[in-house]
Design a protein around this ligand. Structure first.
Ligand code: MN
Length: 149
């Protein structure tokens, strides 16, 4: 069998033949302590399935874009921002992120949080919020509490 067809896990959210890609952090990075592994990248399906994981208290980039995401939480707990709403997240929750919806994931400070994210292979680049966008978001107290600072 082609070894690419079966790639066992090591039992620790890593997989044989899958590159572990920690995001490079600099002082201005709008994310914290997060890594990506592309589990599937398949022309015949037209999509990718990625596994993102953040350390305790880590968070993903606050962004929006034309393309959509289909997300399943795999481990850990935290919260996600989805437009004007903030939800607590737990393993096996399903989250659909529609086009042009601000979104961000945050892990609790207790444990890592990881999720699967399915995305079209052909997709636009994410847009980051301007100061004006952030001010608009922070006008909602629920969102302001989520964003912190
Ligand atoms: Mn996104």
């Amino acid at each position: 069998m082609d070894p690419k067809l079966f790639r066992p896990t090591d039992g620790g959210y890593r997989w044989e033949g899958v590159a572990y890609q920690p995001y490079k952090q600099d002082g201005s990075a709008p994310f914290k302590d997060i890594s990506r592994q592309t589990l599937f990248h398949d022309d015949s399906l037209g999509c990718e399935l990625r596994y993102f994981e953040m350390d305790a208290a880590g968070y993903s980039t606050l962004e929006r874009h034309e393309h959509t995401h289909a997300v399943m939480i795999l481990r850990g707990h935290g919260q996600c921002l989805l437009g004007e709403e903030v939800r607590d997240i737990k393993p096996h929750d399903l989250i659909t992120i529609p086009a042009w919806t601000w979104h961000q994931f945050r892990a609790t400070d207790q444990e890592p949080m990881g999720f699967l994210c399915m995305v079209n292979m052909e997709r636009d680049r994410p847009a980051l919020p301007t100061e004006a966008d952030l001010a608009t978001m922070r006008a909602n107290p629920v969102v302001a509490r989520f964003l912190g600072g």
